[in-house]
Design a protein around this ligand. Structure first.
Ligand code: PLP
Length: 383
């Protein structure tokens, strides 16, 4: 398995971390110009994983229930499921991250998670409908791949759908998630949702300050800024995944007032930002393809991605090193199954799903200079 290459200096961190506009955070801190963006069947959470946890809990899903999960996923998903005491049934998909095959079992899984990964749907409608007919609950995880049309005023969803606004996603508020429900299901869930507690004001303010410091400090990184970043992390003023505060965030799963306002401000301009990100994706896609790489991610009005994803099976480490020389952060998500392979049975040929993909940023905040820098690094590697 490939070892993750750490970012070099601030430049690399900046490319990775170009996920938030510091001025948006500042505006929210002082509560200036926050817009009220109402999309009624959307429920806000402090993370997508908590949205999943509570949605399943509200349906009485718990100990011993089988939940089908795409193997190529993040441990945030499996953490939420394991905390409920459920059993995971992993399913695999093809090289394009599509056409997932749910293992045949005597009883169908209680829950099936369809994952949209870098714009690719893991399960097709035919399979989903087959399992709906057998009583399975379907959840669509669009954490990595929501698109411009998902946040327009008239957006609706077919299945309960999760969106994440964690720092590495297309849009971010540092931590944050949304569960969107079909109209028919939203009334019942509201009752459960109203019983959940909000993140308290101090923690919420702390999150916003941390986010501002990170966004302001790391944007257009330099060595000096990187030293500040290290200092901030030593003082715990660094963004941390909500997993590190799981016990707290399970009981306080709704975002506080400020995070919620930031989320609403962010959603109000989501469409425009995601279209920008899609344009950068397609520009980089053309370049990667001209250089002989097969691009896997796919974007359109219903899907965006924070990272353009392509196949690189040979000389992966050389390419990662070349990109790092140019201060370009290269992601290897997901390079391992999400949970301990010795404990869970994995689908046959599971190794084929890993150590194949690389990803590069295509976030809307990337300037044309940064996009050129990425292209240059690729040119150098292939020449
Ligand atoms: C595919 C996928 N689903 C869900 C999540 C959970 O998102 P959050 O960090 O908001 O809990 C992640 C997080 O990275 C993810 O990659």
């Amino acid at each position: 398995m490939i070892k993750r290459t750490p970012s070099r200096w601030g430049g690399g961190v900046a490319l990775l971390w170009n996920g938030v506009e510091a001025k948006d955070v500042l505006r929210n801190l002082f509560n200036v110009g926050a817009v009220s963006y109402v999309n009624s069947p959307y429920f806000e959470f402090d993370s997508a994983r908590n949205g999943l946890f509570h949605f399943l809990k509200s349906h009485g899903i718990g100990k011993g229930d089988k939940v089908a999960v795409l193997l190529f996923t993040c441990d945030a998903v499996t953490d939420a499921i394991l905390d409920l005491g459920c059993d995971i049934v992993f399913y695999s998909c093809d090289k394009q991250l599509e056409n997932g095959r749910i293992p045949e079992t005597t009883n169908p899984p209680k829950v099936i998670i369809e994952q949209v990964t870098f714009g690719r749907r893991s399960l097709n409608d035919e399979i989903l409908q087959k399992y709906v007919a057998q009583g399975s609950i379907i959840v669509c995880d669009k954490s990595l791949s929501y698109g411009p049309n998902d946040f327009t005023a008239d957006a609706t969803v077919k299945y309960p759908t999760l969106f994440s606004f964690e720092a590495s996603k297309s849009l971010t508020v540092g931590w944050g998630g949304i569960l969107a429900l079909p109209h028919a299901q939203s009334k019942e869930f509201s009752k459960y949702y109203d019983t959940l507690r909000k993140v308290d004001t101090i923690s919420d303010l702390h999150r916003n300050i941390v986010l501002y410091l990170n966004a302001a400090n790391i944007k257009n990184g330099s060595k000096v800024k990187f030293l500040f970043w290290l200092l901030a992390s030593a003082l715990r003023l660094k963004r941390r995944s909500s997993r590190s505060s799981m016990a707290y965030s399970r009981s306080h799963s709704r975002p506080g007032k400020r995070t919620s306002q930031l989320l609403q401000t962010t959603l109000a301009s989501a469409e425009e930002k995601l279209f920008l990100s899609n344009a950068i994706h397609d520009d980089l896609k053309k370049h990667l393809e001209e250089n002989g790489f097969q691009v896997i991610s796919s974007v359109d009005v219903s899907c965006s991605t924070p990272r353009i994803t392509f196949i690189c099976e040979n000389n992966r480490n050389c390419l990662i090193a070349k990109l790092a020389e140019h201060n370009v952060e290269c992601g290897t998500w997901f390079d391992l199954p999400p949970v301990d392979q010795r404990v869970w049975s994995l689908p046959d040929g599971w190794e084929n799903m890993f150590s194949k993909y690389l990803n590069l940023p295509c976030h809307y905040t990337l300037t044309s200079e940064k996009v050129s820098k990425i292209k240059e690094a690729i040119n150098e590697f292939t020449s």
